[in-house]
Design a protein around this ligand. Structure first.
Ligand code: MN
Ligand code: MN
Length: 304
């Protein structure tokens, strides 16, 4: 990894960490969820990084891929188990990090600790040349030792410039099929154990209000409005995920179109992907902890 790129990752990592810790303190009973995501995103921008994806606040059995809509007015409740997942980038070099907060109760401390320990154990083991199947084994075993299930269809991932989920997936259990896939020096990787008291599998739920531009083979020329909007979105967000909230703000400045209607229209024509919330299959409660690391010859360096 070139020194210049390494420095960009380090800066993105420091800012993502600050934003995560700031957001963690804001999550309290009775606080508007929308206020928290707005404030954490503002923090990332103020610190001089860009948003790698919308701040996610996935609650209870929702494991991932949720951010509020522009007009959502629900609040955090006592007993909520909140996954705050934050991403910052500098020139496309992304730091991705998450923490789980339990609001005003302590029923899920062990579940949270299982993911924390799994992440520590995994990162402590990583260095150049390590097989991703072994990382998955460590994560899965640690979570199981605590009496919980790791979520088998959510994974960590390698990161590349403007690419949140690059070529390599890091499983949260021992997966024989990934034997031989190795982490090498200079790779940036997000490791993210998920633990649950459910069965350890997520299914698609309702719209998570998160989208991403795709690369369709050709534009549907008979819909010039869609063409205009997809060009706008691609220019603005490239291939990184964006929020309905962000698009709503931009769209309302220059058109009377409804953001949700327009996003549906673009998704139907195959220009954008819409992300659904990922919900634990047996509605088990879910905890997640995530760090971004840089792989070195003899160790992994946590940048978040
Ligand atoms: Mn994340
Ligand atoms: Mn991630």
């Amino acid at each position: 990894m070139k020194e210049e790129i390494y420095e960009k990752y380090k800066t993105a990592g420091e800012i993502a960490k600050k934003a995560r810790e700031y957001g963690k303190k804001l999550i309290k009973q009775g606080v508007l969820v929308l206020d928290v995501v707005n404030k954490v995103e503002e923090k990332i921008l103020e610190e001089g990084a860009s948003l790698a994806f919308p701040v996610n606040v996935s609650i209870n059995e929702v494991a991932a891929h949720f951010t509020p809509k522009h007009n959502d007015n629900f609040v955090f409740k006592k007993g909520d188990l909140v996954k705050l997942d934050v991403g910052a980038h500098v020139d496309g070099f992304i730091a991705d990090t998450a923490v789980t907060v339990e609001i005003a109760t302590s029923r899920y401390e062990k579940l949270i600790e299982a993911t924390n320990e799994a992440l520590r154990n995994a990162i402590g083991f990583i260095k150049s040349g390590i097989d991703v199947s072994q990382i998955g084994e460590i994560i899965g075993n640690t979570i199981e030792k605590h009496g919980f299930a790791s979520i088998e269809n959510l994974t960590g991932h390698s990161l590349e410039q403007f690419c949140l989920h690059a070529g390599i997936s890091i499983p949260n259990f021992y997966d024989d099929a990934l034997k031989g896939v190795k982490l090498e020096r200079g790779m940036a990787v997000a490791i993210e154990p998920f633990a649950t008291d459910g069965v350890g599998y997520v299914i698609a739920g309702k719209n998570g209000n998160i989208y991403r531009c795709l690369n369709p083979r050709r534009f549907f020329l008979r819909d010039p409005v869609a063409k205009r909007e997809i060009n706008f979105l691609k220019n603005e967000f490239k291939s990184l995920p964006f929020a309905e909230r962000w698009y709503h703000k931009m769209l309302s400045k220059r058109s009377g179109l409804d953001s949700n209607y327009m996003l549906e229209r673009l998704a139907r024509q195959g220009y954008i992907k819409q992300y659904n919330q990922l919900v634990e299959k047996k509605t088990g409660k879910v905890a997640q902890t995530e760090h971004t690391i840089i792989v070195h010859d003899d160790e992994a360096e946590i940048i978040t």
